[in-house]
Design a protein around this ligand. Structure first.
Ligand code: HMG
Length: 386
């Protein structure tokens, strides 16, 4: 029996900004954003979209067997309640089986991987069951901050089952954790604090550490991998990590890994950092845009969550995987989005659910997507199908 990812869903809000326009507005060279950082566009979430609406929208793409669903786990670092799990609201919005464990996991961008690994262990113990993993986030650093170019918004949903149809996960994870302050978000604010350069150094140090240990533990080398996917806070970050692994590969394999890496970053270039879902956005981009991968191909995945936890693990592609993807729907999701001017983005950025007890109403002019937050009444978020 294999265990792994059977289906994947994606959602990102209907609005974006062009990063060349943002560079101009901030007085930066656009090449810094598109080449130096490696981002073209950035998803913008109006206040009527939050981790619940986006997570539910991504999970709506999956076909879930109500009799078999036993676990719903949401990984997020931009949750909307310090106590209650977003998984419960998503369960209600989607009308999912109530005979489940439903919870939320937090460890920065590592939360999606933590959920995936929990789901894998759950299905290993209960092979008849299915587990729904949702990684959903809105990355906000603030207007005209160093991190602004690395914002984004979106969600990836994964159904984990036995005998999966997309990616069979190997039981080969190597994980490493250490208490560092590279990026964090105090509970009283919705924008993250980052020691930017230090965080990039730590990301690479964690990758080197787990990658070296992974090879020692498994006996596998870069030659065993058809593709490597990385957590993508911005796509240049993943490229820097890939470059650490490349020298051990021969020339032909280096070219293959670089070409496939390029396909794995296309969705991120247009959406930005979606924190917990970023690694899986990269995996989805690779699977949907690459037509050179064959069944049995081994894909390596590096997950990094600031704070920090790093994990390297792998999976092998299942025969026929391409027929279980939603490639055309996702192309439409991205292509149909509306571009915002920078002043309009700035207005949307400022219009947010207040950190306080006051009631709040979201603006229906920005309603889009299958679910929306209509406001907050008596300190309770109000959701509706759109
Ligand atoms: P910065 O100071 O604005 O940028 O910060 P820079 O000066 O370092 O330049 C960036 C790159 O652009 C450099 O390339 C420049 O050379 C290049 P590099 O040397 O890195 O290869 N550049 C140009 N290229 C072409 N034409 C030009 C040009 N000018 C410059 N004209 C930083 C960048 C990413 C640090 C900032 O945006 C930031 O703080 N972002 C937020 C933190 C972050 O994303 N950290 C990543 C690692 S931590 C992580 O992944 C976890 C995270 O996802 C959160 C979580 O776990 O929850 C963030």
């Amino acid at each position: 029996m294999t265990i792994g990812i059977d289906q994947m869903g994606l959602y990102t809000p209907n609005f974006y900004i062009d990063l060349r326009e943002l560079a101009q507005a901030r007085g930066d060279d656009p090449d810094k954003y598109t080449i130096g950082i490696g981002q073209d566009q950035q998803a913008v979430a109006p206040s009527s979209q939050d981790v619940v609406t986006m997570g539910a929208a991504a999970a709506r793409e999956l076909t879930i067997d109500p009799e078999r669903l036993g676990l719903i786990v949401v990984g997020t670092e931009t949750g909307i309640d310090a106590s209650k799990a977003a998984a419960l609201t998503i369960q209600r919005l989607l009308g999912l089986n109530p005979w489940v464990r439903a919870l939320e996991i937090k460890e920065a961008c590592y939360g999606g991987t933590a959920g995936l690994m929990m789901a894998r262990d759950y299905v290993a113990a209960h092979p008849e069951r299915q587990a729904l993993v949702i990684a959903t986030d809105i990355a906000r650093y603030g207007l005209a901050t160093g991190g602004e170019v690395t914002q984004g918004a979106g969600a990836v949903a994964m159904l984990v089952t036995s005998n999966p149809r997309l990616l069979a996960l190997a039981d080969d994870s190597v994980h490493y954790a250490a208490d560092i302050m590279d990026f964090w978000r105090p509970v009283y604010q919705d924008t993250a604090l980052a020691r930017g350069k230090y965080s990039t150094e730590q990301y690479l140090a964690f990758f080197e550490r787990v990658w070296t240990q992974y090879q020692a533990q498994t006996g596998l080398t870069v030659a065993d991998f058809a593709a490597l996917c990385f957590h993508l806070p911005y796509t240049k970050m993943g490229l820097k990590a890939l470059r650490l692994a490349l020298p051990a590969a021969d020339e032909a394999q280096q070219a293959t890994l670089l070409a496939r890496f390029d396909r794995s970053i296309q969705y991120s270039r247009r959406i930005g950092n979606i924190y917990t879902g970023s690694l899986y956005l990269g995996l989805l981009s690779l699977l949907e845009l690459d037509d050179t991968l064959a069944a049995g191909a081994r894909i390596g995945l590096f997950s990094y969550g600031s704070g920090a936890v790093g994990e390297f693990f792998s999976g092998t592609l299942v025969a026929g995987y391409a027929t279980h993807l939603h490639r055309i729907d996702h192309a439409h999701l991205l292509d149909a989005r509306a571009a915002l001017s920078i002043p309009t983005y700035e207005q949307l950025f400022a219009d947010k659910v207040p950190y306080g007890p006051a009631d709040y109403t979201t603006n229906p002019a920005w309603f889009s997507g299958p679910f929306v937050l209509t406001g907050v009444v008596g300190q309770e978020r109000q959701y509706q199908a759109n």
